[in-house]
Design a protein around this ligand. Structure first.
Ligand SMILES: *Cc1c(COP(=O)(O)O)cnc(C)c1O
Length: 469
């Protein structure tokens, strides 16, 4: 099994990036409860035939969709060790928790957070955003909100992020009982960065209407084009206005490891809370997100709850309080920290930083090739590793949506799509350390081939219709 999965990663290029699942394979998952045993070989064989060939494809260098990390063999092996230990990192006194605490110390150092700040591995930035917003809510309304609920307080909180902010942020306000409408979306400038003057006027307007603004969320690497808000300016504004400053740095925050990106993140260390992922640019296998909270004590008080069956001691296995379960909704937690620890130690942060820088250089290469190709059109600036473009056509949205699907179905490349000012764009996010310029050449060649074929058919149809008339 280990050989097969290492071979899979080593020879991934020989496979299609993605392929649609055959109907009979999908139907195979509808089998009844497995009451009687099968051999390990039989089930492994089924895995090789029915699961392995039909994954998203994000290990493949031609995968360019959404923002998916590529993973590494080191992460794979660390996951195997973690599964073997079967450690539960909800709490208690054991070395796996020390590994997670070390990751927290490393992240404090990397982002310039104080020793009193707290850190926690979570599933992803969606969960990290939720935890940060909940702690900020308690900061604004008081910890008694945990008992009495938001409805006990007549104060109507509002928060602010740009229109380019990730949807998980809106959902965080929903989950916290504040309602997703309490997150106001502020317009962005031509570079897709939050407009500070608009932010100011929205806040002034809300104050006049009786709302209580309490939080501003900046984004480090927007999901559509990779824009980074002016974090330094936002931090200064929040300090002056006594607002909580949150940063969603899902993939962009780890850009701090690459000098070419790090300077754009100035101010990130001034955040009250920071959410980001190791599983995107950090190349750690899924799932591995992280949340850093400047006021670690407030973070603990936002989740801790005394239970007799979780009694703490100063000696024995129940020592080591506070425990990770005091900092999030989870009690039982896996050993996510180990794959982060192995990845950082084996490759070194300098190498991870070089990988991040290279994905940005490749995006620049793709941008230039698009600029040199008259049939193609760039739709947005390229501040980091994401390129939004389209094939020029009379009905561009339909043609480009179809091109994106045909690219995926061909197995040649797997970009996703987004909308830039209403226009559908083919979106290539270069996140995988395995991606090279040749993969981007293949993407463009196939885009042109599919685009020509689609528009040629249309031209023929129009010609035929004209003849008939
Ligand atoms: C991916 C992403 C998220 C969500 O992170 P998950 O790890 O998928 O939960 C949030 N914000 C931004 C900017 C992202 O790119």
């Amino acid at each position: 099994m280990l050989d097969d999965i290492l071979d899979y990663q080593q020879h991934i290029q020989e496979r299609p990036v993605w392929q649609p699942m055959l109907a009979e394979v999908r139907e195979g998952f509808a089998h009844n409860l497995p009451l009687t045993p099968a051999t390990l070989e039989q089930v492994h064989d089924e895995f090789m035939r029915k699961i392995l060939p039909y994954t998203t494809g994000n290990v493949h260098p031609g995968f360019l969709g959404w923002v998916h990390g590529g993973g590494t063999p080191v992460g794979l092996l660390a996951e195997m060790l973690a599964a073997g230990l079967n450690a539960n990192l909800g709490g208690r006194d054991h070395a796996p928790i020390e590994v997670e605490k070390q990751i927290t110390r490393w992240m404090r150092e990397l982002f310039g957070f104080p020793g009193t700040s707290s850190g926690l591995l979570v599933t992803g930035t969606s969960m990290a955003n939720f935890i940060a917003v909940l702690v900020a809510r308690n900061w604004a309304l008081g910890l008694h909100t945990r008992r009495c609920g938001v409805a006990s307080n007549p104060t109507r909180l509002t928060a602010y992020a740009s229109t380019a902010a990730h949807g998980s942020l809106r959902r965080a306000f929903d989950f916290c009982g504040l309602g997703s409408d309490s997150l106001r979306l502020v317009p962005v400038d031509a570079d897709h960065r939050i407009k500070l003057d608009e932010l100011r006027s929205l806040i002034a307007q809300d104050c006049l209407s009786g709302y209580m603004p309490f939080l501003v969320a900046g984004t480090a690497g927007t999901v559509d084009i990779g824009a980074i808000d002016d974090l330094d300016e936002l931090a200064g504004f929040c300090r002056a206005e006594s607002l909580w400053f949150h940063v969603d740095g899902a993939f962009g925050a780890l850009g701090i490891l690459a000098p070419a990106v790090a300077h754009k993140l100035q101010g990130i260390g001034l955040a009250d809370s920071l959410a980001f992922d190791f599983h995107k640019w950090g190349q750690v296998p899924y799932d591995a997100g992280f949340v850093l909270i400047r006021d670690g004590e407030l973070h603990r008080k936002s989740f801790a709850a005394l239970q007799s069956y979780l009694e703490r001691e100063t000696r024995g296995l129940a020592a080591g309080s506070p425990w990770p379960c005091d900092f999030s909704p989870d009690l039982s937690r896996g050993f996510r920290a180990l794959k982060v620890w192995f990845t950082f130690k084996v490759y070194g942060l300098d190498a991870l930083g070089r990988t991040i820088a290279r994905t940005c250089e490749l995006a620049e290469y793709l941008k230039q090739r698009i600029a040199q190709t008259p049939e193609l059109e760039l739709l947005a600036p390229v501040p980091l590793n994401i390129v939004c473009f389209r094939y020029r056509a009379a009905n561009p949205d339909r043609v480009n949506a179809e091109i994106a699907i045909q690219l995926q179905e061909s197995g040649i490349a797997a970009p996703s799509t987004t909308r830039i000012r209403g226009d559908l764009a083919i979106r290539a996010a270069i996140t995988n350390h395995r991606t090279s310029a040749a993969d981007l050449d293949r993407l463009l060649e196939a885009t042109l081939a599919f685009g020509r074929k689609l528009t040629w058919n249309r031209q023929q149809t129009e010609l035929l219709e004209a003849c008939v008339e």
